[in-house]
Ligand binder design. Sequence first.
Ligand code: 9UX
Length: 71
Amino acid sequence: KQQHLTIPVSGMTCASCVRSVERVVGKVDGVREVAVNLATESADVTLFDRKAGPAVVAAIEKAGYGVPLQT
Ligand code: 9UX
């Protein structure tokens, strides 16, 4: 089932960081669309399949950014 997620992303400080995160997330299998917002430190991601969620988080962390736990 298609799903929209807002994922918190820490460690982004400039527009290049935003593009880096958009690039790596966009390459993950199952991602339909991604838009990263520096001001809110989050990534809005639309997935073709909710099973892609963990791979999106892994890709963000591998690129050197953090995904703080949502409370
Ligand atoms: Mo921006 Mo991000 O210069 O690691 S690319 S700080």
